[in-house]
Write a protein that binds this ligand. Structure first.
Ligand SMILES: Nc1ncnc2c1ncn2[C@@H]1O[C@H](COP(=O)(O)OP(=O)(O)OP(=O)(O)O)[C@@H](O)[C@H]1O
Ligand SMILES: [Mg+2]
Length: 335
């Protein structure tokens, strides 16, 4: 089986290429942005493309290309079931409700009057999210009715930029307090306050809908579980100081004892229902200590997970020892 790998300098691609080299697996490097990509892939049975939610070019057509190939019988990563809802929390709401997965109660409105009527009868705080974004960038706590009114007016007015420059600056400050500030990134972030990103310009403002979730209080962390086929691994991400948001906060714990195995069970069960090869789940715990899913993803920044001390199999047996989860993705496809 000949495989094609879309080359990029970041993400899974360099690991996949290394793996093929190490194991003498025939592969071909491709550039999915080439207009003749379909004919370039004629001699390949599988395409691997770790596409990114905030790469302007990827967002324009990665899903379209992958779905087109899959429809004609090629294998692709990520496949449709892992991919269609990527970076789309609105799509995930319907999907997870439809399979009866334990999603945090979520609300979406497409008419301003419906959103305003809901605000009158609901309680606060709630969590407001854009359908896309990562690292908590587009996730905010809405403490009051009047704050919610402002959000709804904006959602059905000029909308929200897909890239939040002020949040980005705050994140750089957080890195500074953690002693992890990368000078170049800090300067780039300051520049982005004045010069919008290609991504933000390409995708335009998010508007015409508004998405809220119940706020699940008193979580000092979230639990992220990733399933790849019949294996799962997990981390505990601590929230930022004085903030309810964990993802992107930079403080991660890896000890097995810190992971509630009910999350692993839910992750396996849900991935099975979704029939999806790779799914990352973020969990928080409600007042009765019940784990609830906040969102799902196929793609993830993989480096931190090299620190995981082991993984679970589908029977919840623990396998101690380091592993390379990016290689697992390839292995799943080459089985
Ligand atoms: N409904 C909620 N109640 C309480 N905390 C929440 C809720 N939703 C999200 N959080 C917290 O906010 C963080 C960011 O939320 P979410 O995972 O939805 O956003 P994201 O930016 O897509 O994250 P990621 O980088 O994991 O893709 C979570 O890691 C969790 O700690
Ligand atoms: Mg998340």
């Amino acid at each position: 089986m000949k495989i094609a790998i879309h080359k990029s300098s970041w993400g899974f691609s360099p690991e996949w290429i290394n793996y093929c080299e190490k194991n003498s697996i025939p592969y071909k490097i491709v550039n999915c942005y080439d207009t003749d990509i379909i004919s370039q892939l004629e001699d390949c049975e599988v395409l691997f493309w770790h596409h990114h939610h905030s790469d302007a070019k990827d967002v324009l057509f990665a899903k379209g290309l992958l779905f087109a190939l899959e429809q004609t019988g090629k294998k692709v990563f990520p496949e449709f079931n892992s991919n269609w809802h990527f970076d789309d929390k609105v799509g995930q709401k319907y999907l997870l409700e439809a399979i009866d997965a334990p999603l945090v109660k979520s609300f979406v409105f497409y008419e301003k009057k419906d959103a305003m009527a809901w605000i009158e009868k609901t309680s606060f705080p709630k969590v407001f999210k854009l359908r896309g974004g990562a690292g908590s960038a587009n996730v905010k706590l809405i403490r009051s009715k009047s704050q919610a009114h402002n959000i709804v007016n904006k959602a059905f007015g000029k909308g929200f930029p897909a890239y939040d420059k002020w949040n980005d600056l705050k994140e750089q400050y957080l890195r500074f307090t953690q002693g992890k500030l990368n000078r170049i990134e800090a300067l780039k972030s300051i520049r982005r306050v004045f010069v919008s990103t290609r991504f933000a310009k390409t995708v335009g403002n998010q508007k015409g809908y508004v998405y809220f979730q119940e706020f699940i209080p008193n979580n000092d962390s979230d639990i992220r579980v990733i399933t790849i086929g019949e294996k799962a691994f997990a981390i505990k991400r601590m929230t930022r100081p004085n903030d309810f948001r964990a993802s992107g906060g930079g403080v991660i714990k890896f000890e097995k004892e810190l992971i509630d195995e009910r999350c692993v069970t839910i992750a396996f069960e849900t991935s099975k229902k979704l029939n999806a090869s790779v799914v990352a789940y973020d969990f928080v715990f409600d007042s009765e200590n019940k784990p609830l899913i906040v969102e799902i993803n196929y793609g993830f920044a993989h480096q931190p997970y090299y620190n995981c001390p082991g993984y679970w199999d589908k029977n919840l047996n623990w396998h101690e020892g380091k592993f390379n989860q990016v290689e697992w993705i390839l292995e799943e496809y080459l089985k």
